[in-house]
Design a protein around this ligand. Structure first.
Ligand code: AHR
Length: 507
């Protein structure tokens, strides 16, 4: 491979150039940007995470052992639960105590199926404990009361002797769970109560009042934000309630097709559809900028975080599946949408300190798909594996000249990237080539830091943008060692294959 890195940058117009100013550290990239979302929806919990202790599927305390092992590898930092829309109809007391005595309810949002409540608060919190992940519990504001919320938090967190803590102890958990992160409502402008922002802001203040810091546990309250470009919601809620929150959320789902009614197949799509999906995923950048502008008006010190607590691609459901289960396949295209989205959030990591991919298992842009006793890691899973390189690192200042990826009469920058520095001085670079057809040459110059040797180089790609992993062929899209680079002093010349993602760590 002929890699030219000695000529001045301007001499070769088709080469992409990135200068990393390693002595200009920006914000910390919180590991919580790499969080997950697990809703009582389809087989996202039942079958996907929870099979029960008596299941023939190998399990650990009722949780699928294969799923636990796969998630441990990702060092999942946090998991948001129980919804989503489900959260605003969930009554927490249905999901505690002896399982055979728990009531059967209808899951009205997702397929009108019976929710037997066998996976409830203690199961969820034990699941996060095994994984070493922080729980993020979404409270019911739409149909619940402040009193129910207050008792739920007391049940989870109070160490002393009270009716609620006694209940928890009777259910087998002596020590408090120490839940810190809670969401106060979900999409309160829609499935969470169809509220106006003025009404929600007042209700938020009322609920937030009764969030107590039991037993020295400092709570972190996240208000329900809007999706896409509804900046007026953020404006009103921040104006009226910013002083009582630690975070506000943003949701953004990429829809590659022409409308929500025709989102397009998750497997069967051409380059036009691919281009449209990738381009639309980049709108997250505009939406974060728009919401942050409003947040800055009321919180210029950036005390309140923006939590992108639902994001990912949403396609048509797989043919033959229950449309209320939101089951879709996950292709290389989706992995690229994940890396592009994560780069955007890394870039805004001064304000975006938490995010949750929708969703963790079997639902929407899942990182894991199961069926009976079978499990497969999706292409998106591998992106989360690669991006662990950026956990709790410092975002570095960069300057770049990037080629365009053109399709029909539209164009987008061909490359997305993040450069970060670890505490021990390691430089971590992730690069995504969005171009479905052309490889890209990239010259990276690192200033203000002496580079040592490359310790990790990994590549994720496949022959087609719609390549998927199946139970029969689980490694069609998987990580392989990457060696298409030349390191010369402080310059790194890289050949990025078409439709690929690369992570490189330099000591
Ligand atoms: O993730 C599926 C649904 O999308 C969530 O329940 C809801 O919050 C959003 O509209």
């Amino acid at each position: 491979m002929a890699l030219i890195f000695l000529l001045p940058f301007t001499a070769i117009s088709q080469v992409n150039h990135i200068i990393i100013n390693a002595d200009q550290e920006l914000s910390t990239i919180s590991r919580h940007i790499y969080g997950h979302f697990a809703e009582h929806l389809g087989t996202g919990i039942y079958g996907g995470v929870w099979v029960g202790e008596d299941s023939e599927i190998p399990n650990t305390e009722g949780f699928r052992t294969d799923v636990l092992e796969a998630l441990k590898q990702l060092e999942v930092p946090n998991i948001r639960w129980p919804g989503g829309c489900f959260a605003d109809e969930y009554y927490w007391r249905d999901g505690i105590g002896p399982r055979e005595q728990r009531p059967a309810r209808l899951n009205t949002h997702w397929g009108m199926v019976i929710e037997d409540n066998s996976f409830g608060t203690d199961e969820f919190l034990r699941f996060t404990e095994i994984l070493g992940a922080e729980p993020v519990v979404a409270m019911n504001v739409g149909s619940g009361t402040p009193r129910e919320m207050q008792q739920w938090i007391e049940y989870m967190n109070y160490a002393g002797d009270s009716e609620m803590s006694r209940l928890r102890k009777e259910n087998g958990r002596e020590e408090p769970w120490g839940v810190k992160y809670i969401g106060i409502g979900n999409e309160s402008w829609g499935c969470g109560g169809n509220m106006r922002p003025e009404f929600y802001a007042d209700l938020y203040r009322q609920f937030a009042t009764y969030v107590r810091n039991y037993s020295g546990n400092q709570m972190f309250r996240i208000a329900s934000g809007f999706d896409t470009d509804k900046y007026w919601w953020t404006d009103t809620v921040m104006e009226r309630a910013a002083n009582m929150m630690e975070g506000i959320s943003l949701h953004y789902y990429t829809v590659a097709g022409e409308s929500w009614q025709r989102k397009g197949s998750s497997v069967d799509f051409d380059e036009e559809h691919y281009f449209s999906g990738v381009k639309r995923s980049m709108r997250l950048d505009d939406f974060i900028i728009g919401h942050v502008e409003k947040m800055d008006l009321y919180d210029p010190q950036k005390r309140v975080i923006l939590a992108v607590d639902e994001w990912g691609i949403w396609t048509d459901p797989l043919p033959g599946t229950n449309p209320g289960f939101l089951q879709q396949q996950n292709s290389l295209r989706d992995a690229l949408i994940a890396s592009i989205s994560l780069d955007i959030m890394n870039k805004h990591s001064d304000r975006v300190k938490m995010a949750n991919i929708a969703q963790m298992v079997n639902v929407l842009q899942a990182v894991i798909i199961t069926d009976g006793d079978r499990m497969v890691k999706t292409p998106t899973y591998h992106v989360f594996d690669m991006y662990r390189a950026h956990f709790d690192t410092k975002l570095l200042h960069t300057e770049a000249t990037i080629n365009n990826y053109e399709y029909n009469d539209e164009s987008i920058p061909a490359i997305s990237y993040t450069a970060s520095k670890s505490d021990n001085g390691r430089i971590n670079i992730t690069l995504t080539n969005k171009d479905a057809v052309q490889s890209q040459e990239v010259e990276i110059e690192v200033k203000g830091h002496d580079l040592g040797t490359v310790s990790t180089g990994k590549l994720l790609t496949s022959d087609k943008v719609n390549s998927i992993n199946t139970f029969e062929d689980p490694d069609r899209v998987t990580l392989v060692d990457f060696d298409q680079y030349v390191l010369n002093g402080n310059r790194l010349a890289i050949t990025l294959p078409a439709k690929s993602i690369v992570v490189i760590t330099v000591e």
